[in-house]
Write a protein that binds this ligand. Structure first.
Ligand code: BES
Ligand code: ZN
Length: 495
């Protein structure tokens, strides 16, 4: 999409539609731009109360202007306007334009008193770009991203660096969405590993190691091997290192769940819902796309991405409920349910990261439980952490990006539900509190090291069956913007 900037209202491009932002201040609906005064003829929808400026409200008005024939009234919300409301609203506006197959859009940037201009620019452009996405690779006719031209109108001096940054970050989010939306039969463990490998071309600061099944067996990653047994697609283990600040020892490690398809294994999932299980590599896709973005932005930070890529299939060789398997760190695990496979492969990956990568902190990202969406819905990810500072850093990044997370306790009383009679631990406890219990299982493989650790359960937020705001239907790319912001926080604290 080509972006151009107009400094005055009269120099705006010809387009298919002009988007005009409004707020509702104590029932007074008004345009939030110094550039545009509405002529009385188009104030009618407000007078008639057909448009009230609610967050994300859109109304097309047809006019006879020489620059455009459509105006889109866009509501940014009432009284308390947040940057995420703005991001969401511009996302809704673009979605409405895309539904009408419009290709050239002009937007008036909102100008709100006491609001940081750069943040207003960032939120508006981000809403536009994140919304301008389609996944059409699997259609017989592949489509381009819908919008072709964007004209941004603002009297303020536009900070081009912010626009470039938003473009790069949005490309990172698209990267994650494309990986997650793709067919599981194409996005196999081998393919996911090869995508990781191809990232090393982006930057000389990136080194990607892809390890095969033989290596996994040699490392005694018994849990990764067990989960992968039922599939013809061999497992891979990816370690991708980015050294953006070689003089610093600070090192963030992201660990992700890369289950390219989750049938549940012999503890087979019911057929309703199984069709969504190609998204079960979202954790790996999120951290890989974050790394892609880090490298593209040339960030001054040291970060390593680690993920096992496996398929949890059903077949004559599948691992069996009731059997005991030995983990990389030597603990034995009674598998009572083969559908709780994510925590198994992550246990091996976490212990590997601790033993081999000298992490300052570890953040684990996984679509680990369906229960997290029962607890928090599909717009808030679960955060569980052994370390308050790390949790606060993630919470801060969440506030800045509008990728919502909520901390759940590591309530150690529930650990007793993972007691096994025949092994050191079971992989599943009680159904109630399943999200917390899955985190307690992971924590058993981290706690001895005392490395600050946080786990994001994105089982509810990684995809949506309903388009909303800047999220398209299906893969959301949730977490990429959050982790980039989190790393920015680390850079500013350590430099
Ligand atoms: N991939 C699922 C988690 C999931 C389910 C995410 C539905 C999003 C939507 C995970 O591997 C799984 O199957 N978890 C089980 C755990 C249970 C057996 C303790 C679950 O959540 O039902
Ligand atoms: Zn599962």
């Amino acid at each position: 999409m080509k972006i151009r900037f107009a400094k005055s209202f009269s120099t705006r491009s010809k387009s298919d539609c002009l988007i005009i932002p409004f707020v509702n201040e104590k029932n007074n609906v008004k345009v939030v731009s110094k550039l545009k005064k509405l002529s009385s003829s188009i104030e009618l929808p407000i007078e008639l109360k057909d448009f009230s400026g609610k967050k994300g409200e859109v109304l097309f008005i047809y006019v006879n202007n020489d620059k455009e024939n459509r105006l889109l009234f866009l509501g940014l919300g009432d009284d308390e306007i947040t940057f995420d409301n703005i991001r969401y609203a511009y996302g809704e506006a673009i979605k409405a334009c895309i539904e009408k197959k419009l290709k050239r859009i002009s937007i008036l940037l909102p100008e709100i008193e006491n609001c940081d201009e750069d943040k207003l620019l960032l939120a508006s452009i981000e809403g536009v770009l994140l919304s301008n996405y389609v996944f059409s690779k699997l259609k017989s006719e592949e489509k381009k991203y819908p919008l072709e031209n964007l004209c941004v109108i603002s009297a303020n001096k536009i900070n081009r660096k912010i626009v470039d940054r938003v473009k790069t970050i949005s490309t990172g989010v698209y990267f994650a969405r494309d990986l997650i939306n793709n067919n599981a039969d194409e996005e196999t463990p081998a393919h996911l590993a090869s995508v990781a490998k191809s990232l090393s071309k982006i930057s000389s600061k990136l080194t990607v190691n892809v390890f095969d099944k033989k290596w996994i067996a040699k490392q005694d990653m018994g849990l990764v091997l067990a989960v992968s047994k039922g599939s013809n697609n061999s497992p891979y283990f990816v370690v991708a290192k980015y050294k953006g600040n070689p003089s610093s020892k600070d090192h963030t490690v992201f660990v992700g769940k890369g289950v390219t398809y989750d049938t549940g294994g012999l503890s087979l999932k019911p057929s309703t819902g199984m069709e969504d299980m190609k998204t079960d590599m979202s954790g790996a896709a999120t951290i890989l796309s974050t790394l892609y973005t880090v490298a593209k932005l040339d960030m001054k930070v040291n970060v390593t991405v680690v993920f096992p890529a496996v398929e949890n299939a059903i077949g004559p060789n599948s691992y069996k409920p009731g059997d005991v398997y030995e983990s990389y760190d030597g603990k034995t695990v009674e598998v009572v349910n083969t559908d709780a496979e994510g925590r198994l492969i992550l246990a091996d990956a976490l212990s590997y990261a601790i033993d081999n990568l000298s992490p300052t902190r570890i953040v684990n990202v996984a679509s680990l439980t369906g229960a997290v969406s029962i607890a928090l819905g599909d717009e808030v990810a679960g955060l569980m952490a052994s370390d308050d500072e790390l949790a606060m850093r993630l919470e801060h990044a969440s506030g800045e990006t509008g990728e919502y997370i909520w901390r759940l306790p590591l309530f150690f009383e529930y650990l007793k539900t993972l007691k096994s009679d025949i092994a050191d631990i079971k992989n599943v406890g009680k159904r109630k509190g399943a999200t917390i219990i899955s985190a307690l299982f992971l924590n058993e493989f981290v706690k001895k090291s005392k490395v600050p650790w946080a786990h994001l359960d994105i089982g509810g937020t990684n995809y949506t069956l309903q388009k909303k705001g800047y999220y398209p239907k299906y893969a959301t790319g949730f977490g990429v913007r959050l982790l980039i912001e989190f790393l920015e926080g680390i850079i500013s604290d350590f430099s």
